[in-house]
Structure formats: structure tokens, C-alpha cells
Design a binder for this molecule. Structure first.
Ligand SMILES: C[S@@+](CC[C@H](N)C(=O)[O-])C[C@H]1O[C@@H](n2cnc3c(N)ncnc32)[C@H](O)[C@@H]1O
Length: 322
């Protein structure tokens, strides 16, 4: 039987490469290797002295990274929240750029066995790292109605969060919810017909919310941003691509607080200019895909790339206020 090959088209690839790689001799971290679309482009811009450290929490992505035979390249199976430890273990003090392309890859979504998509019948899994214990089905079997409502609302902006959570509670008394189609059909049944949107499956938001919960995506993102701030050299660039507004809000706030930290200080306090905290990032910039890219790769339509340059000011951890 032929092995199915899942492809991933990198988004905002030339824009990200141009903004990130400012020193061809430098050391770079790609925290979300996926299938290496961005990583290969970064390598093509580096000199023989440059280095690229790739991370991914998905073992299949790291297995795919072994196809890159290049002495300048190393790949590690770990979450990007641990990038500072990886860099330290390699005896590297600072890096010249960190790149994060947040979310799931096409190979993860398109492989029915991974259970990310309501479009394919598969186990309700959704773990990016399948060495992790908790699957989506496990979470759905244990969560209280209150927890489900919070997750569906906070991570999916789902209007019918209570209705869906109560229906899950009813259904799991009869039988365990273990497959993608079981959950997708349940959500389709309970969302009122008048609220259904022809352009989006009614289960889209619930699937997004459960995926974010199971993979602790927002906690990872906040820790990853902080870790990048710690390891970047002055003038080093952090570039982050997000695919939905909840993630983008975190990245936007991170760059806003670190480029203008005085906004955290009560303006009524009698402080001199020199007492105010100094910016740890500058030149914050937002880049969107061109209409041509959206036509060629519709998955790029919601992508936002935010980049900024690290200053010389010592790093202050702001993860907990994001
Ligand atoms: C959108 S894809 C990246 C695609 C990649 N840029 C490419 O061109 O092939 C996102 C990847 O990030 C990984 N990922 C998501 N969150 C992660 C985290 N916290 N730590 C490490 N990898 C993560 C996923 O497993 C997935 O492979």
C-alpha cells in the first residue's frame, strides 16, 4: 500500500524569511518546524557559518526533519516553550531570530488518524504531541458542564456553548464520545438551524476550542514569546504567524507591552522619564498575505505575521500579564 504523503504549503514564506534573516552568519530558531517549508527557506539564506535549530512537539514533524541533511541544521522533539533550555544545552548564549508559525499543520489536519478534523471520520484525538496522555476524547469524557462552557466560549467564541455542553453531558451518559463524526454530528444536531452558516461547519468553533484546550496552546504561546524575549540578541527578530484573532490578540499585546512598557505604569505616579521601564522590542510590524497568495493558498487568508526587533534592554518576563 502506498504511504500517503501529507503536504504543507508555508504561509507568508518570503515575507517571513526576508524580515527574520538579517544576519546570514547568525543562529536562528524555528519553533514550529511542521514540514519545514519555512525552515528550508531560512537555510537557503544562511551562510555556511549560520545555524538553524528547529523544534516541534509533533514526533511526525521531527521524523520529517531527518530528510534535511545539512550540518547547519538540528531538530528537536519538544515544545517551543522550552526553546531557552534547548539553546542553553547547545551552549549558545543568544540567537539572531526566532520564528513561530502557530497552530496546526496541513499534515495534522488532513490525516484522519490524528482526529483534528470534523471532515474525516477518526478517533477524537487532537494531540499535537502523541506522547502526551490526554486526548480530546479523554477531556470530553471528564470535563464538567461548566468547564466545557468556558472552553467553548473562551477558546471557540461559541454562542451555543451551554446548549452544546449540556448535550455532550446527555450523550456521554448513553455512550462515550470517541470519534470526530460523533462530536460533529452532535453539534450539528443541537445548533439551531437558523444560526447555521453555509460557509462554516457548525462544529468548527467547538473543534477549535477543544484543540486549544488539549494542547494548552495559549499557555504555550505566552511561554514561547517570553522565552524568545530571553534568548534573542539585540537586533534579533521575533516573527510570529497566527491564524485566528484569539492567538493574534496575545501576540499583539505582547509586542505592545514590550515596545511601550510605560503603559503598565499608572500615569498619575510622580515618575521621571528615566524611571520608566524601557522598551524590550521595537519596530513592531504587521504583514498580511497578498491577494495572490490567498488565491493560491486559501489557508493563508486569516494569517497575520507580526515581527519586531529586540532592543538591548534586559528581558523582563511578561508572560503572566498577557
Ligand atoms: C502551521 S504548522 C508549521 C508549518 C511550518 N512552518 C512549515 O512551513 O512546514 C505548526 C506546527 O507547529 C507545531 N506546534 C504547535 N504548537 C507547538 C508548540 N507549542 N511547540 C512546538 N511545536 C508546536 C505543530 O505540531 C505543527 O507541526
Amino acid at each position: 500500500m502506498a504511504v500517503k504523503k501529507f503536504e504543507h504549503v508555508p504561509v507568508l514564506a518570503s515575507e517571513a524569511t526576508g524580515l527574520l534573516i538579517t544576519n546570514p552568519d547568525g543562529v536562528y530558531v524555528d519553533g514550529t518546524f511542521g514540514r519545514g517549508g519555512h525552515a528550508r527557506l531560512f537555510l537557503s539564506r544562511l551562510s555556511p557559518k549560520g545555524r538553524l535549530i528547529a523544534l516541534d512537539r509533533d514526533g511526525e514533524a521531527i521524523a520529517a526533519a531527518s530528510s534535511i541533511k545539512d550540518p547547519r541544521f538540528r531538530a528537536f522533539h519538544c515544545p517551543f516553550s522550552e526553546m531557552a533550555e534547548v539553546v542553553r544545552d547547545l551552549a549558545i548564549d543568544q540567537v539572531d531570530g526566532v520564528f513561530l508559525d502557530i497552530g496546526v499543520s496541513s499534515p495534522q489536519v488532513d490525516d484522519a488518524r490524528r482526529g483534528f478534523s470534523f471532515r474525516f471520520e477518526g478517533p477524537l484525538d487532537m494531540r499535537m504531541d502523541n506522547s502526551q496522555a490526554l486526548t480530546a476524547a479523554d477531556w470530553l469524557s471528564q470535563a464538567t458542564v461548566g468547564e466545557m462552557v468556558r472552553v467553548f466560549k473562551d477558546y471557540g467564541e461559541e454562542k451555543f456553548a451551554s446548549l452544546i455542553a449540556r448535550s455532550v453531558e446527555e450523550e456521554r451518559k448513553k455512550q462515550a464520545i470517541t470519534t470526530t463524526t460523533q462530536l460533529a454530528n452532535l453539534v450539528s444536531r443541537v445548533v439551531p438551524h437558523s444560526s447555521k452558516d453555509a460557509s462554516q461547519h457548525p462544529a468548527t468553533r467547538v473543534f477549535q476550542a477543544i484543540r486549544i484546550k488539549v494542547n494548552q496552546e495559549f499557555e504555550q504561546l505566552k511561554k514561547g514569546l517570553d522565552a524568545a524575549g530571553q534568548i534573542l540578541a539585540p537586533k534579533g527578530v521575533l516573527g510570529v504567524i497566527t491564524f485566528h484573532s484569539l492567538e493574534d490578540r496575545i501576540v499583539k499585546r505582547f509586542f505592545s507591552l514590550s515596545s511601550n512598557p510605560a503603559q503598565q505604569i499608572d500615569s498619575k505616579l510622580p515618575l521621571r522619564e528615566s524611571d520608566l521601564p524601557q522598551a524590550t522590542f521595537k519596530h513592531v510590524r504587521r504583514t498580511l498575505p497578498t491577494p495572490e497568495e490567498i488565491t493560491n493558498n486559501p489557508r493563508s487568508r486569516s494569517a497575520i505575521l507580526r515581527t519586531a526587533e529586540r532592543t538591548e534592554v534586559p528581558w523582563r518576563n511578561i508572560g503572566e500579564i498577557l
